[in-house]
Every structure is written in C-alpha cells, then in structure tokens.
Design a protein around this ligand. Sequence first.
Ligand code: FE2
Length: 363
Amino acid sequence: MIIVLKSADHPFSKGTIFVTRFAAALKGTLLGIGLMAAFGASEAIAAETVNIYSARHYDSDELLYDGFEKATGIQVNVIEAGGPELLARMRAEGRNSPADIYLTVDAGNLSIAEKQNVFQPVASKILDARIPAPLKSPKNLWFGFSTRARIIVVNAKKVDPKLAVSYEALTDPKLKGQLCMRSSTASYNLSLLGGMVARLGAAKAEGWVKGVVANFARQPQGADTSLLLDVAAGACGATIANHYYYVRLQNSKIASERAAAKALTVIFPDHNSVGTHVNISGAGLVATAPHKTAGIKFLEYLASDEAQHIFGNANYEFPAVASVPRSKELAALGKFKTDPTNVSLYGQNQATAQMIFDRAGWR
Ligand SMILES: [Fe+2]
C-alpha cells in the first residue's frame, strides 16, 4: 500500500526523504516517474486526494495519514523533506504546485512560510472551537496541532534545581560555568527568544541572553538529546531542551538512556509566574491548493480526538486540544502552566532574536 522512497539518510533538517503513498495497483509502475506524475496518477484511481508537503519526520505520522484515509476515503500523498527544501519546491512549482497542505514543526518555521505567502486563511468552525487561540495564526493561516514545552533540565549533583526555576534564573552568577546550550541558529532557541522579546521587550531579552552566555560551560554545540546526555553525565549542570527528548530517554529501549533520564531533574520554567514557553507542530492550507475542500478536511481531522491522540501522544508531544487526555508518559511529567504568548510572535521576532544572540556571542 505504501511505497517509501528515501533519497538520503534520515537527518531531521538536511537531505531529502520522499514518502509517497500509492494504491497497491500502481506499485512498481511509478518508481522514477517523478512526484508530480505520481500525484497525477494516484488521482486517476482515487475519487479524492490530498497532497501533503511535510517537514515532520516521525513514523507516527503514517498513522495520521492512514486514519484520515479510513475516516474520509480521501487518499493521502506525502512528500517529506526539510522545510527550506519544501518551501523552495513550492516556489519553483508556483501556481501549479500540487501541494494542498504544508506541515512542519516550530511556529517560527510556519511564520517563515507565512511570509512567503504559502498559506491561505481557513474558515472552519471545528478548528476555531478546538485549537486554542495562542496556538494558531491570528489570521487562521496555520494551526498548531501539538505542543512542545522548552524545559530546563539539571543534574542535581551539580546544580540545585531551586536555582533554575525560571529562564531568568539561568542568569544567576551562581550558575557560572554550568550551562551547556544549543546553537542560537536552532529554530527552537530562536522561538524561545522571540517569545521573550514579545513578552519582555528586546532590551530585557538581550540582558537575559548576556546573562546566560556569561554562565556557559562551553561554546554552544549539539542538539537537545546530546545536551541532555551531557548534563546527565555531569559535563555540565543544566541545559534547555524540548520536553519530548527527555521523555524519549525515559522510555528508551537503551538502558544507558533510561539511566541518563534518571540522572536528570526536569523543571517547567516559570511555572509560578508567566508559564513555560511552548512551541507547536502545525499545518496550513496552501494558497494554491488544488484540493481545497480535502485540505480543510485534513486540517479538521488533525484536530479530531483520534488524530490528537496520535499527533500529540505518539511522539510524546502534548495534544493541542485541551479536552484530549495526555498519554501516561506525559501525564507523569505533571501539570504545568504554559506561557499564553501567541506563538505567531515567535516568527515575527525571529530576526530580532537572531541579532540579539549574535551580539551577545551565543553562536
Ligand atoms: Fe525536535
């Protein structure tokens, strides 16, 4: 039923992965014909189709596509690649793009697409009712379907967790030489700072960055998971990471990763004040979508109870729809307050955030 074409290895942001889904009848006949042709051919045998360009690379997304096909009878075709590559593809395809839906992680990435006029607004009572206002574009150009909290994680043998209860606390000189951080070019950090710029203003946000840089144990390096492992191993005392990377370690099949999670203390920053910074995975309807009705149905499906269980819980992200229960792994993290800043502001402040990082020497 599904043919997977992989043109590269499986990095999250580089290289290309094409996942194309066809009916079994076409299996073997379409390889090498090209994706436009593949989409066209698949339409010939399905009453309705929806074409998705996805910069998310999670195996669990297959469950979403299967669930949507079962619920609606609409066939799903998917191209997976890095975000910038998909945006370039849509630009090159112009009005003839087969893309109906652009799906990606990080509100900053959705804003980048918005600035390139990728989306059209969607009027949907279902989406209005189910997706909280802070998790979507105020113009209904894109919608968040799951959330990820940017948590502080400490090694309690090196850093007293009480010293790291908020993002601001990380600037305390008592933490000198303790912080290992990811690069400032990582979209998650740009969004974190973009949110601070929105909430505190650029000057205070810059003060925060300078304070954190002053406490660096080393120059920024690595991604969230490797930073968590470094903190667990005692190479540094604290880092910032998305919560699901920690939950993955907790539930890993590899004993050493489970042991690493045990060595870590998780803090939901600013729980007692403004709340923890959250980001989203989200999607929108492409401006030139050839299958507009099917595209809207797909977005509405992502907000359904069934899809929310998959979209959120399968990758240890939080469901965006408040009434959908959290998986047991997520419930184990406990309740926390979330920063109500609208996630669209992260993208709006992205250039300012990068400038602040650069000026303060957070590479
Ligand atoms: Fe991630």
